[in-house]
Design a binder for this molecule. Structure first.
Ligand code: FMN
Ligand code: SF4
Ligand code: SF4
Ligand code: FES
Length: 632
């Protein structure tokens, strides 16, 4: 096999691209490269997630970094013939930016340009199933240095000085936690990686495990040395089969290379890892519930203290960190704590990975320095709101977090600024909402999630969130009452103060923050029985505006419920002239059909919407060329 290739063709094989068909593209590339006799010159490599999953399957060709999107197996012969043989990029597969300009290189695409990748440094770059590719990018060098040159307390000191804070949600200083676990009495000690990742829409941790599993393995071994542990567990949800598969391969390879197991780097240090699968309950991400789950007990939280650092797995001192927290460790060791502390803000160091979703042009995984403003993330990285619509709010921290309204678009994304606004960093879910989003409905959605996921152990969370959810549901159904907003606020504050674990303590956040910034929307639902965003179905209906309707019948054909019917009563219909004018405006495509309809319309009865059948899907409104369907 050749060790020097003139071109590397990277095929993203993250879960997103796997589901959009990258495996067939990869196979087609192998076959075509071989057929053209290029095996010795061109190397095809599968990687983890590149970040722009909505563009998948994604293929990147190096050395140029040409970014191809939505590649199908049929496109492969052209890529090989044109690009790999003749050096001409295939334009039709290139990315187009917001101004419809073709962008050739990944580095020139706005989505990637503004990012700084520390955690995701290897995702989309190396083959996660090949340890040599990780090693070629300085992999396991940090572990080697730690074991051969440093005492455990030096390692903890480096992590403390880096300013790294836990990325699992609470933002606790990582070095301090390592220090507590190192000092705790009890043996053996354990190191745990929390890869439960229960926030709906979040997939940062999954992508790291799928795209760069060795970074977590290496970091856990470093942590083991620092706190005095020889055994680690990675707790990952069973719904992440690809992450589990790649992690298993990586653990096996690390053992074969002597980087896990006995006497690592001949230093006498032993460390090994096992995977534990979770069934996907959100509460099992809470560290005490996670410990119970690993031990084979029902995943329910218990009060703290004792903290896991003192009494964790099987009652022994246990260090628990999040996937992203661990992925930062090897670069901190290699580049030094000052390097890391120089990135970000005074109290939030390094970068943060966000899962950008919702009403935004570029969705996917983004990693930016802490302190990057929400505006920069949405407009420069995310490419703005589709259809030029107005930004309304962003939800950070998933169901435990809160919303940030347009007046705070310039907030720096760091732990403390977000808490001040009533939101939180959480683990990195970032959902963007435009002016078509109902904030009451959004709060109801998240509360429904936490209510469903409550383990039921304590009353404030079990019962309190249910009462809050009932009130919210009532409001969205047009049955809200005076005093409901105040009741929600009272209940929310009480639950926050009295629930046993973080799930209950944060569950009211989406409700409280939407009341804080969008109280007028709650009032419109309650007092005027109106949903300003036109989302809450009970609060609007569709009607046909008779003097605009040309009776072309498009809505009737499109209605999936057969809800558009002829009225029993005839209406005094308007003449033929305006109908033809309207038809001309509608464009040539519908003109002929409309003209026929107009010729006979005077003999027919008007169309009306049968409200008992109507599903409120809005299809008729979209289909009508004359704006004759109104939402009232
Ligand atoms: C309901 C709930 C769910 C949680 N889910 C996760 C999770 O999926 N992943 C995670 O790392 N931390 C989660 N946490 C936070 C953990 O309890 C713990 O603080 C974290 O794993 C510590 O790691 P870190 O210091 O590196 O952030 C959750 C907390 C709560 C209350
Ligand atoms: S707050 Fe909710 S999830 Fe947490 S222990 Fe109480 S009932 Fe269970
Ligand atoms: S909203 Fe949907 S179901 Fe109702 S009339 Fe229009 S197309 Fe039919
Ligand atoms: S999975 Fe391919 S870009 Fe995310």
């Amino acid at each position: 096999m050749n060790s020097f290739y003139r071109a590397h063709v990277l095929v993203c094989a993250g879960a997103g691209c796997v589901s959009s068909g990258c495996k067939a593209v990869e196979q087609a590339l192998w076959a075509e490269v071989s057929q053209q006799g290029l095996d010795e010159e061109v190397k095809v490599i599968q990687t983890g997630c590149v970040g722009s999953c909505d563009q998948g399957p994604v293929v990147v060709v190096y050395p140029e970094g040409t970014f191809y999107r939505k590649v199908r197996p049929e496109d492969v012969p052209e890529i090989v013939e044109e690009h790999l043989l003749k050096g001409r990029p295939v334009e039709r597969l290139l990315y187009k930016d917001e101004s419809s300009e073709l962008v050739v290189s990944l580095e020139d695409i706005g989505f990637f340009k503004r990012q700084r990748k520390i955690v995701l440094r290897n995702c989309g770059v190396i083959n996660p199933e090949d340890i040599t590719e990780y090693i070629a990018r300085d992999g396991y060098e940090a572990l080697g240095r730690v074991l051969t040159e440093m005492a455990p307390e030096d390692v903890i000191d480096i992590v403390k000085r880096s300013g790294l804070r836990g990325r699992g949600g609470a933002g606790f200083p990582t070095g301090v936690k390592w220090g507590f676990t190192a000092k705790a009495t009890g043996s053996p000690k354990y190191v745990v990686c929390n890869a439960d990742e229960g926030d709906p829409g979040a997939f940062m941790d999954r992508s790291v495990l799928e795209g760069d599993p060795h970074s977590v393995i290496e970091a856990m071994a470093i942590a083991g040395y620092a706190v005095g542990s020889n055994q680690g567990y990675i707790y990952v949800r069973a719904e992440y089969p690809l992450a589990i598969e790649r992690l298993s391969i990586a653990i096996k390879q690390a053992r074969e290379y002597g980087l896990l197991g006995k006497n690592i780097f001949s230093t006498g240090f032993d460390f090994d890892l096992e995977i534990r699968m979770g069934a996907g309950a959100f509460v099992c991400g809470e560290e005490t519930a996670l410990i119970a789950s690993i031990e084979g007990r029902r995943g329910m939280p218990h009060p703290k203290p004792p903290f896991p650092a003192n009494e964790g797995l099987w009652g022994k001192p246990t260090l628990i960190n999040n996937v992203e927290t661990y992925a930062n460790i090897p670069p901190i060791i290699l580049n030094g704590p000052e390097w890391f502390a120089g990135i970000g803000t005074e109290k939030s160091k390094g970068t943060k990975v966000f899962a950008l979703a919702g009403k935004i042009n570029n969705t996917g995984l983004v990693e930016v320095p802490m302190g990057t403003t929400l505006r920069e993330i949405i407009y420069e990285v995310g490419g703005g709101i589709p259809g030029g619509r107005k930004f309304k709010a962003a939800q950070t921290g998933g169901p435990s977090g809160g919303c940030i309204p347009a007046e705070h678009l310039d907030v720096p994304m760091e732990y403390d600024s977000l808490v001040k606004l009533g939101a939180m960093m959480g683990s990195g879910g970032l959902i963007v909402m435009d002016d078509h989003t109902c904030m009451v409905d959004m709060a109801r959605f998240f509360l429904q999630f936490t209510q469903d996921e409550s383990c039921g152990k304590c009353t404030p969370c079990r019962e309190g969130t249910k009462v809050m959810l009932d009130i919210l549901t009532r409001i969205t159904e047009g049955k809200g009452q005076e005093g409901d907003i105040e009741l929600l606020e009272d209940l929310g504050k009480t639950i926050k103060n009295t629930a046993l674990c973080g799930l209950g303590q944060t569950a009211p956040n989406p409700v409280l923050s939407t009341i804080r910034y969008f109280r007028n929307e709650y009032e419109a639902h309650i007092r005027e029985r109106r949903c300003p965003a036109g989302v809450c179905q009970a609060l609007f209906k569709y009607e046909i505006v008779q003097d605009k309707c040309r009776r072309c019948g498009l809505c009737q054909k499109a209605c999936p419920a057969g809800a558009i019917e002829e009225s029993v009563e005839e209406l005094d219909l308007i003449g033929e002239e305006p109908a033809m004018a309207g038809a001309a405006e509608a464009g040539a495509g519908v003109r002929a059909g409309v003209a026929t309809a107009v010729a006979t319309r005077s003999k027919r009865k008007p169309l009306v919407i049968n409200q008992d059948k109507c599903l409120k899907c809005g299809v008729c409104m979209r289909e009508c060329r004359f704006q004759a369907i109104a939402r009232v």
